[in-house]
Design a binder for this molecule. Structure first.
Ligand SMILES: Cc1cc2nc3c(=O)[nH]c(=O)nc-3n(C[C@H](O)[C@H](O)[C@H](O)COP(=O)(O)OP(=O)(O)OC[C@H]3O[C@@H](n4cnc5c(N)ncnc54)[C@H](O)[C@@H]3O)c2cc1C
Length: 441
């Protein structure tokens, strides 16, 4: 007989990109019984850099050194932007809670909201970001000092050429040099993957062999840069040993997906959410969800191994845009894929998706998405919440252009925080829960 599992929870979170992970953390840390269901995680695409803001793209293309100044500029030019819905203290608090949580799970970040840091990319360009994995901090210092530094690449690793990096940035950083090595144990392979190397380095014998392979290339370099391959679970320890044995600071450079710093984020969230008691279902698409008259959401699925039925007092939609499949393009229109929520469309109705694709202020389609109130509840055509217990967070929401603004992580973290807080306040008001504490500390 096929078994049926019935789950009752406070909050169902759909999606496991950064916004879904953060919402699951905020909810569980605050004592809500939390279930997370997702088709796949998008964190493997994430470079690991936590961008808050660099450009207010609707205003100009100026690159801001201060993330908070960029946020202020974004808000000034867009009263509907997700950042306009979050108080400054809540933005700061949400970020510091996530950085603290990641640290507790063994993933250290450097940075502050006062200053964007600059790191090298695998293209040889510089990228600004607010919080950088501590494995990239030495790159920030090396670039500021412009000291002679060595970039190592690995034969067979696609999309990462130290010669190209050195060539691209030589005018800004003339003392940079390059070397190519073969990864010990993978000699003679025409292709090697970052993920295989990262797992291999979890073994100290392989790490020591890599260090010995790098040593002859040092030639007095003050810093050594490598593609991001320094392990997945024991990264801090691996970096420490490399620095000790090579005698110089070592840094990672983010490389092509699957991104190792993104996988580290995924592992850290999964560990922490399990510890907090979040019930998670992977590789599971939610195809339909209904809301009963009493306001409770019902969803589930049937498999050969059994059925699952979930009842939840609230739902957070963290389903992303076109990559995550929260938004789909259907019959010439952008639609929200699960609830068929109204999508805030472009102002220009004539041929709306083809206008000014290369406009430096961005294409209007990037700003299409779900319209919400200040609690991140989706709005209907009359600008009233569709349901008081349904929330949409992250990059599915309208009026932001995360890629151009470099605001992806900040929007994900702060909207997750605000939506969970709104839900908790509503539950408490209705006498339906006794939250441990307010989210804000
Ligand atoms: C290549 C790439 C690189 C990036 N690098 C950076 C970076 O360096 N720094 C930075 O700050 N930001 C970066 N971002 C942006 C960052 O990834 C997003 O801001 C962040 O992922 C927030 O997205 P999200 O959680 O809202 O949605 P997504 O990450 O798109 O997640 C959507 C989730 O919803 C799930 N889902 C959708 N529909 C359903 C359904 N019906 N049932 C179950 N699950 C469903 C998907 O499987 C997925 O888990 C990058 C993005 C990309 C694409």
């Amino acid at each position: 007989m096929v078994k049926e599992r019935q789950i009752d929870c406070d909050l169902l979170i759909i999606g496991s990109g950064l916004s879904g992970m953060c919402a699951a953390y905020f909810a569980a840390a605050n004592g809500l019984s939390t279930v997370q269901v997702s088709k796949h995680t998008t964190l493997g695409f994430h470079s690991g850099l936590l961008d808050i803001a660099e450009v207010a793209s609707q205003a100009a293309t100026k690159s801001w050194n201060s993330p908070l100044s960029a946020v202020r500029e974004i808000i000034k030019h867009s009263a509907d932007h997700p950042y306009s819905k979050v108080a400054k203290n809540d933005l700061m608090d949400s970020l510091s809670q996530i950085i603290g949580f990641l640290k507790q799970e063994g993933l250290d970040y450097s940075g502050s909201t006062d200053q964007n840091l600059q790191v090298l990319t695998s293209m040889g360009t510089l990228k600004k970001s607010c919080f950088v994995p501590s494995t990239m901090q030495a790159c920030v210092d090396a670039y500021v000092s412009k000291k002679p530094s060595l970039i190592i690449d690995i034969k067979g690793l696609r999309g990462f050429s130290s010669r190209q990096i050195v060539e691209t940035i030589k005018e800004k950083w003339p003392t940079l040099t390059s070397a190519r090595i073969e990864f010990p144990g993978f000699e003679g392979y025409s292709e090697v993957s970052a993920e295989h190397m990262a797992w291999a380095l979890e073994n100290e014998k392989n790490l020591m062999a890599l260090i010995e392979t790098i040593k002859p290339h040092l030639n007095g370099a003050a810093y050594v840069g490598l593609p991001a391959i320094l392990g997945i679970l024991k990264t801090g320890k691996i970096l420490k040993i490399m620095v000790e044995k090579l005698g110089v600071p070592v840094f990672e450079i983010p490389s092509m997906p699957p991104s190792i710093p993104g996988l580290r984020l995924k592992e850290a969230f999964e560990r922490g959410l399990q510890r907090l008691g979040v019930l998670r279902f992977h590789r599971q698409l939610i195809e339909t969800i209904e809301r009963a008259k009493d306001g409770v959401f019902h969803t589930g699925w049937d498999k050969d191994t059994g059925s699952v039925r979930i009842r939840s007092k609230g739902v957070i939609l963290a389903t992303g845009r076109f990559l995550g499949k929260g938004l789909i393009f259907n019959n010439g229109e952008v639609k929200e894929s699960l609830f068929n929520l109204p999508v805030a469309h472009l102002e220009q109705k004539q041929n709306p998706y083809r206008i000014r694709f290369f406009n430096p202020q961005g294409h209007e389609i990037n700003r299409v998405g779900i319209e919400t109130d200040c609690g991140f509840r989706p709005l209907n055509k009359n600008l009233k919440p569709v349901f008081n217990n349904l929330f949409s967070i992250g990059i599915i929401n309208a009026h932001q252009d995360w890629a151009r603004e470099k605001s992806g992580s900040g929007i994900a973290v702060s909207s997750a925080y605000q939506a969970v807080q709104t839900f908790i306040d509503d539950l408490a008001q209705a006498g339906l829960c006794q939250p441990k504490a307010r989210l804000s500390s």
